[in-house]
Design a protein around this ligand. Structure first.
Ligand code: NAP
Length: 243
């Protein structure tokens, strides 16, 4: 049985990705940080369907917690086949209002977490001589968004890191790719008004917002052998918004 670690899988895109992998026969490690109730509910939901799932609480911005999670998975499941770096937070503020702490929080949650997890997991993948790493960027990482400068920078950093790592780990038979969602309906966008959402739908060629399943499908594809010759790429799941 293949094993996948999905960071930030208590809610939103991560939770839907956990459902999809678990139903496709993966031993699925659901990482969460603060939303313990949601994570336990998801685990119970999937166990009731006969899936193999496990929970691990870790703040992925902290290296030692990432290391503990990877060690736990390898000890129990003997391998890590797929890593999905999904955990993230948004921040909408003009630069004038962004404090040093705001900057550190977004960069450590959205980017240092990817560095931490790749560092601890790639060790195992290199010795296995196989693995798939899928990092969540954003369309904003490529085109930028007003009042989201640090968020956009964190997601652009994920793209650069992914491409470099794809070159470094390719010879060890490890694929490293990004998924870059557009507007996906999750808690992260709960603060946006109906007018803003309607405007985004107007600007989207496929004329709707995305849902977590749209992104989960792309992540599963990048974890599959069918995408075995794809590495270092950014796959937008945006309905064509912000091409
Ligand atoms: P969400 O619904 O707000 O969920 C965020 C998830 O990240 C939660 O499960 C949360 O876990 C987890 N998380 C946050 N900080 C963490 C930490 N330090 N350690 C471990 N887990 C942490 O967000 P989403 O919309 O599903 O977004 C998922 C990813 O897609 C993010 O990287 C986001 O930037 C990216 N994305 C989203 C959109 C969109 O439109 N929604 C667009 C582009 C990119 P806890 O609650 O347990 O702490």
């Amino acid at each position: 049985m293949k094993t996948v670690i999905i960071t930030g899988a208590s809610r939103g895109i991560g939770a839907q990705t956990a459902r999809l992998f678990a139903k496709n026969g993966y031993a699925t490690i659901i990482n969460y940080n603060k939303s313990e109730k949601d994570a336990f509910a998801l685990k119970d939901e999937l166990l009731a369907q006969g899936c193999c799932v496990d929970l691990f609480r870790a703040d992925v911005s902290v290296y030692s917690e990432c290391k503990a999670m990877a060690d736990y998975v390898v000890k129990k499941y003997k391998r890590i086949d797929v890593l999905v770096n999904n955990a993230g937070i948004s921040q909408i503020k003009p630069l004038f209002d962004v404090s040093q702490d705001d900057f550190d929080l977004v960069m450590s949650t959205n980017f240092k977490s990817v560095f931490n997890m790749c560092k601890v997991v790639s060790d195992y993948m290199v010795s296995q001589k196989s693995g798939k790493i899928i990092n969540l960027s954003s369309v904003w990482g490529e085109v930028g968004a007003s009042c989201e400068s640090v968020y956009c920078a964190s997601k652009a950093a994920v793209v650069g890191f992914t491409k470099a790592l794809a070159k470094e780990l390719g010879p060890s038979n490890i694929n490293v790719n990004c998924v870059a969602p557009g507007f996906i309906q999750t808690d992260m966008n709960g603060c946006l008004s109906k007018d803003v959402v309607d405007e985004i739908i107007d600007e989207t060629p496929l004329a709707r917002v995305g849902n977590p399943q749209d992104v989960a499908n792309a992540i599963l594809f990048l974890a599959d052998e069918k995408s075995g010759f794809i590495t270092g790429q950014v796959l937008a799941t945006s309905g064509g918004w912000q091409m």
